[in-house]
Design a protein around this ligand. Structure first.
Ligand SMILES: *Cc1c(COP(=O)(O)O)cnc(C)c1O
Length: 398
C-alpha cells in the first residue's frame, strides 16, 4: 500500500511485487501431458519432417479456424514469407504500420516493399478507406492485421481489394479463436497466418501456421516450407526450411488443450481490469466487441495524458520500479517509426501515431491472479491521483 509519493519504488520505496509480474508470460498447460507427448515422439523416432504430432496439430488448428488446410511452420514470420512468396506477390504490399515489425520485415526479406496505411481509430486496424489511395500499379496485395485480437473490417477490406483487383491476406498472429460478424478468424481473405510464439495465447515454444481454403496455395506453401519438395519446380527460389518440429507440435497440442481455460482466465482478467480502472479519468480500454468471440490475450489501455496528468512512459517506469512490468504493446512504436522504413519511405499516419503514443499492455495470461490485478490497478490509480507530484519529483531526480 502506498500512502505518499515517496513510498513509490521509483523514489526509493519498497516494490509492491517481490518477484516481477510480467506481461505475456506463457499460459498454464498440463506439463505431464507435454512430457507424455515428447516421450511418445522420442519412442516414435520421428522428430521432424511432417511427423504425426505436426499433422495432428495442423488438423486441430484447421478445425479451430474452420478452414480446410493448415501448414504448420517454425514461426509466423517465416509463415508470412512463405505465404507472400507462395502467392507470387511482387512490388508493393499495402499493410497497416500498426503491427509487429515481423509483418513488414517478412515482406522486405523477400524483396517486397511494404506500403503503410493509417488505421481506423475505432478498431486500431487498417482503414479500408485509406487503401484505395495507397494503390499503385506496383501493388500486388493487401495485408490486414487483426490487431490485439480485434478483427479488421473484413468485408470492407475484401471489397476495396477486389475493386482494385488485389488479393487480401491476414496476419492473424493475435486472432486465434476470435470472430468477425460471427465468422471465425482463419477463413478470411485468401489465407491467414497464426503465430504460436511463446508469448502468444497458443504456444509451440516457437511456431506459426498458414491457414486457407485454397488447396493449390496450401500445396505450394507445403512444398516451399520443405525445400520445394513435393511439387515439380514450385519456385525459382527453390524453397526454404520452414518446418515445425515434433517437439514444437507436442507443445502446441498441449497448449491447444488448455486454450479454452486460458481464454476464460484472460476474460476474467480483462473484466477485473475494467472493474478496477473504468472510473479513472483519461484511461480508456481498447475494447473488444461484446458480440464477437475473442481470446482476450491482450489487455490494452490508452492514456490521455491531458487528463491523467502523467505520461505513458512515466507510468510504465513507475510500474516497472514496483516489479509490475507493463509494456508498450506490440505495434508501439509502429513500423513506419522504425528503421529501415523510417528512412526508406517517410510517411505521416496521424491516427496510428496518436494511438501508439498512449497505449499500455497490462500483465495478463493464466498465471496472473485477481490479487495481482488489484495491486497493479491500485498502483495505476495512485500514480494518476498523484500525477502532478510524481511528474515533478521525477523531473527533479533527472
Ligand atoms: C508475434 C507476431 C508475429 C510474428 O510471430 P513469430 O511467430 O514470432 O514469428 C507477426 N505478426 C504479429 C502481429 C505478431 O504479433
Amino acid at each position: 500500500m502506498k500512502h505518499v509519493v515517496a513510498d513509490l519504488a521509483l523514489f526509493g520505496g519498497r516494490p509492491a511485487f517481490l518477484t516481477p509480474l510480467h506481461t505475456n508470460r506463457p499460459n498454464r498447460f498440463d506439463r505431464a501431458r507435454l512430457f507424455d507427448r515428447l516421450d511418445w515422439a522420442l519412442d516414435n523416432q520421428w522428430l521432424s519432417n511432417g511427423g504425426p504430432l505436426v499433422l495432428e496439430f495442423e488438423q486441430r488448428v484447421a478445425e479451430l479456424a474452420g478452414v480446410e488446410h493448415c501448414v504448420a511452420t517454425c514461426n509466423a514470420t517465416v509463415a508470412l514469407q512463405l505465404l507472400m512468396h507462395g502467392a507470387d506477390l511482387s512490388g508493393e504490399v499495402i499493410m497497416p504500420s500498426l503491427t509487429f515489425s515481423a509483418t513488414a520485415h517478412a515482406a522486405r526479406w523477400i524483396g517486397l516493399e511494404p506500403v503503410f496505411c493509417d488505421i481506423d481509430p475505432a478498431t486500431g486496424c487498417i482503414d479500408p478507406a485509406a487503401i484505395a489511395d495507397a494503390v499503385t500499379p506496383q501493388t500486388s496485395a493487401v495485408i490486414g492485421v487483426h490487431l490485439w485480437g480485434r478483427t479488421c473490417a473484413v468485408d470492407e477490406l475484401e471489397k476495396v481489394a477486389a475493386d482494385n483487383g488485389l488479393p487480401v491476406f491476414f496476419d492473424a498472429a493475435h486472432g486465434i479463436g476470435c470472430s468477425s460478424a460471427g465468422r471465425t478468424v482463419g477463413g478470411f481473405g485468401a489465407a491467414e497466418v497464426f503465430s504460436f510464439h511463446a508469448t502468444k495465447v497458443v504456444s509451440a515454444f516457437e511456431g506459426g501456421a498458414v491457414v486457407t481454403d485454397d488447396a493449390r496455395l496450401a500445396d505450394r506453401i507445403r512444398a516451399l516450407h520443405n525445400f520445394g519438395k513435393g511439387i515439380d519446380h514450385v519456385s525459382d527460389a527453390g524453397g526454404t526450411n520452414g518446418k515445425m518440429s515434433e517437439a514444437a507440435a507436442a507443445m502446441g497440442l498441449t497448449s491447444l488443450d488448455a486454450f479454452d481455460s486460458s481464454v476464460r482466465h484472460n476474460r476474467a482478467n480483462y473484466d477485473a481490469y475494467r472493474e478496477e480502472l473504468d472510473e479513472v479519468d483519461g484511461i480508456t480500454f481498447f475494447n473488444h466487441e461484446t458480440r464477437e468471440r475473442n481470446n482476450f490475450q491482450y489487455v490494452i489501455i490508452e492514456l490521455d495524458e491531458a487528463e491523467t496528468g502523467i505520461s505513458r512512459d512515466l507510468l510504465l517506469d513507475v510500474l516497472k520500479a514496483e516489479n509490475a512490468i507493463a509494456l508498450t504493446p506490440i505495434g508501439s512504436p509502429a513500423c513506419h517509426q522504425l528503421e529501415p522504413y523510417r528512412s526508406r519511405r517517410p510517411v505521416r499516419l496521424p491516427h496510428t501515431e496518436k494511438l501508439v503514443a498512449g497505449v499500455i499492455s497490462l500483465p495478463s495470461g493464466s498465471t496472473v491472479s485477481r490479487e495481482d490485478i488489484r495491486r497493479v490497478c491500485a498502483l495505476i490509480r495512485f500514480a494518476v491521483t498523484h500525477s502532478t507530484e510524481v511528474t515533478s519529483r521525477r523531473k527533479d531526480s533527472q
